[in-house]
Design a protein around this ligand. Structure first.
Ligand code: ADP
Ligand code: MG
Length: 313
């Protein structure tokens, strides 16, 4: 077995009119659309850190693509081309087949072309995906674009991924004990590309909340030299969840964005048309810090606002 076998057996070629040359040469050649800028992101997943070793291969592949898509969505851009760097411990045909099926199923749902990558053997299972998207020139929605008076909105619900992870830990990482919706929450976050693009003309700043809702809101405020008031009772969470735990937990791939409060109705009309739940959860204010309230009562700020890989180093 060599690298060529892995690629030929598991990474099928896709036809794509934006790809002049895909897998098979030293580099891929792609055709960007006129009048557009490229947005580029990459994310890695390491066994034992981003997923447990019992995680099913299909779901790992799907999630690797979906988490990168979430970063492109948070620029309000359209994902188009991906490259995959894969370090595997052994040549396990079944694992590779399932992994690439998950990755390519998610890619195909978004018309994303896998145009290249690199494959090596190593001591740890590590996978990195690079995703390149497009956006009309000047339209990328940066974190610093928030202004005082904006309202803060979020897509979907938050807290289901951390709840599913807790269930998995409590059940000795038995994936068979998870419900379909828990599997989805952990490994198949819904795509927010359509809603981000549909709302782009109204959005000022946009992030995904993968490292924790509160943490991401802090970053928006820091970058734009503003503060925020977050209304905890408005945030859609699972029934038996604890709100402070939910807003500081990671791994939910919803978007948090700011827009002029006067567009609230238009935003909810567009959200209905796209079929995505959107909730107004706060306001941008001028005092450089994030304030938490529950039914208008001030709530103490938690010690840790989100997930940081280097927090204990
Ligand atoms: P090179 O020696 O030029 O790096 P490789 O032998 O590593 O080429 O790869 C051959 C072709 O297969 C290249 O087009 C490369 O992009 C592609 N490729 C290698 N590994 C992967 C992978 N994991 N996913 C997608 N494409 C891959
Ligand atoms: Mg190579």
């Amino acid at each position: 077995m060599n690298e060529k076998d892995v690629i030929q057996n598991f990474i099928s070629k896709q036809q794509h009119n934006s790809v002049a040359y895909g897998i098979g040469d030293d580099c891929a050649v792609v055709n960007p659309s006129p009048g557009h800028q490229l947005v580029v992101t990459t994310d890695s997943m390491v066994e034992g850190i981003h997923f447990v070793k019992q995680s099913p291969a299909y779901e790992i592949g799907y999630k690797l693509m979906a988490t990168n898509i979430s970063d492109i969505a948070s620029m309000c851009a359209l994902p188009k081309w991906a490259t995959l760097n894969l370090t595997i411990k052994t040549y396990n045909k079944k694992w590779l087949k399932n992994f690439s099926n998950g990755l390519l199923d998610c890619a195909n749902q978004h018309n994303i072309a896998l145009v290249g990558g690199d494959t090596t053997l190593g001591d740890h299972l590590v996978m990195s995906l690079q995703l390149i998207g497009e956006i009309p020139i000047g339209d990328a929605r940066l974190r610093e674009n928030t202004v005082i008076g904006d309202a803060v909105f979020m897509t979907g619900k938050v807290g289901y991924a951390s709840q599913a992870l807790k269930h998995l830990i409590d059940n000795n990482y038995q994936h068979s004990s998870l419900t379909t919706s828990q599997i989805s929450a952990l490994y198949k976050p819904p795509s927010r590309v359509s809603i981000a693009i549909a709302l782009r003309h109204l959005i000022h700043a946009c992030v995904d909340i993968s490292d924790g809702l509160l943490h991401e809101l802090e970053i928006i405020c820091e970058r734009s030299a503003t503060g925020a008031k977050l209304m905890l009772e408005r945030i859609p969470i699972p029934q038996d969840a604890e709100i402070l735990q939910v807003i500081t937990a990671g791994d939910d791939y919803e978007l948090l964005f700011t827009a002029d409060a006067k567009h609230e109705q238009e935003i909810s009309q567009i959200a209905n048309a796209v079929g995505c739940e959107i909730t107004l959860i706060g306001h941008i204010i001028g005092d450089n810090s994030v304030m938490l309230t529950l039914n208008d009562q001030r709530v103490d700020y938690p010690e840790i606002s989100g997930y940081d890989h280097f927090a204990s180093s």
